[in-house]
Write a protein that binds this ligand. Structure first.
Ligand code: C2O
Ligand code: CU
Length: 453
């Protein structure tokens, strides 16, 4: 049946509002070593680092406008911090070591994060210190902020995508941050997990409508996901609503999120592949959607509705001040050569900033309340998902072409040798990180500070 007519003819069964989850809210995150079966019972469990004992850490769920208050206890042998990716919060709560707070010390250090949640959407948390190793060992989790009136769905689910480099015993290969990965595409692993385990199948029921919150928590892997036999709707990117549209393939660079409405319109007892084919010669099946042998819950679906907008200030493009930021370096590019830059491979406006540089002189100073149009130029042969803290921005153009939809993001995936313009209102005071979310790139030069004052 023609999809358009199918939608027009829809007289869908009304969906009940989602029942609130019964669990009490999480108030503590404790970081410690743990063991987890990532690849199934045929192999040993893997030594990981975890929040509250599991990878990913607990799903933190709040309502828009609520206040988050979480005590962090660090029982690891390494210092850490927690960054709340995508949340527009006060600078002191942003979790960047030495810039916004001292590190949370190894073996018992504590820190309490407390801030309001202005935007509904799909966000996540992860360390911002020694990130290639700490995230690579399993430290990340979902932070979900529900709309005041969430759109009705049958299930609201999170898929945290992560990728691991494992040996034959399913142990982590411990060459985190090596020069080879750092100067090329970053640490791309050999095992992809969904919510901390390889999943063969994902059980669904014919006729159900699922809100799927996809989070790319991988150090470096980019995903291009398609759902065979289905035409899901994209309703939000990086937690921010988009005009709902059906997609063939959704692209997720490290750090990025997508909210998808998956209508289970295939037949009972059927199975359909979810494919990741971002790297063309290395396409693989992520898992299979496996339909229960049960009567469909409904026979047609209404078009996905637009989520309410978040209270984000809209930049005035006519008055916007222009800035230009050039990302350079990497293999086959202009890598830093001076002796003091040993081990650094990437630059922002010609300068490499090491992760352990605590001086962080700002790359740019923006005036609070003013609109900016920032051209980001990728002068390298590699992909870079560029993330700005404390703000969200509109991607206005790519390679000189205006984009048809002006949507909000906190991370822009730059293709090799490409450029994009982003627009934002600098409305959050403080020193904010701007960096590549390929964590090996971030740690070897591709980061900078943007000051808003
Ligand atoms: Cu998700 Cu600065 O990071
Ligand atoms: Cu990068």
């Amino acid at each position: 049946m023609d999809r358009r007519r199918f939608l027009a003819a829809s007289a869908a069964t009304a969906l009940a509002p989602r029942v609130a989850l019964a669990q009490p809210p999480v108030k503590k995150l404790r970081l410690a070593a743990a063991r987890q079966s990532l690849v199934g019972a045929a192999h040993p469990a893997t030594d990981v680092w975890a929040y509250n004992g599991t990878v990913p850490g607990p799903v933190l769920r709040y309502r828009q406008g609520e206040r988050l208050r979480i005590e962090v206890e660090n029982a690891l042998d390494a210092d850490t911090t927690v960054h709340w990716h995508g949340i527009r919060l006060p600078n002191a709560m942003d979790g960047v070591p030495h810039l916004t707070q001292p590190p949370i010390a190894a073996k018992g250090g504590r820190f309490t994060y407390e801030f309001d949640l202005p935007d509904a959407g799909t966000f996540w948390y992860h360390p911002h210190l020694g990130s290639p190793e700490q995230v690579g060992r399993g430290l990340y989790g979902a932070l979900i902020v529900e709309e005041r009136a969430p759109p009705p769905v049958d299930r609201d689910l999170v898929w945290v995508l992560s990728d691991w480099r494992l040996d034959r015993e399913a142990s982590l290969v411990e060459n985190f941050g090596n020069a080879m990965d750092s100067s090329h595409a970053g640490r791309i692993g050999n095992t992809v997990t969904v919510n901390g385990a390889i999943q063969d199948s994902f059980a669904v029921r014919a006729g159900e409508r699922i809100r799927l919150r996809l989070i790319n928590a991988s150090n470096a892997r980019i995903y291009g996901l398609s759902f065979e036999g289905h035409q899901p709707w994209l309703i939000a990117l990086d937690g921010q609503p988009v005009s709902p549209h059906q997609f063939e393939r959704v692209l997720l660079g490290p750090g990025m999120r997508a909210d998808v409405i998956l209508d289970c319109e295939a037949a009972p007892d059927s199975a359909h592949r979810v494919i990741d084919d971002f790297y063309p010669r290395r396409a693989y099946e992520l898992l299979k959607l496996k339909y229960a042998n049960a009567k469909p819950m409904r026979s047609s679906f209404a078009a996905a509705a637009r989520l309410p907008a978040n209270p984000v200030a809209v930049p005035d493009l006519a008055k916007a001040e222009k800035q230009r930021i050039v990302f350079g370096g990497g293999m086959m590019g202009a890598m830093p050569r001076q002796a003091e830059h040993r081990g650094l491979f990437w630059t922002v406006n010609g300068k490499p900033v090491p992760e352990h540089d605590h001086h962080h002189a700002p790359l740019a100073t923006l005036v609070r309340g003013r609109s900016y149009l920032i051209e980001m130029v990728n002068d390298t042969s590699w992909h870079h998902p560029i993330h700005l803290h404390g703000h969200v921005f509109r991607i206005v153009s790519r390679n000189g072409n205006q984009l048809p939809r002006l949507e909000w993001s906190d991370t822009v995936l730059l293709d090799p040798k490409s450029r994009a313009e982003i627009a934002l209102v600098a409305d959050n005071s403080g020193d904010w990180m701007l960096h590549c979310h390929v964590l090996e790139h971030q740690a070897t030069g591709m980061m900078a500070v943007v000051r808003v004052s």
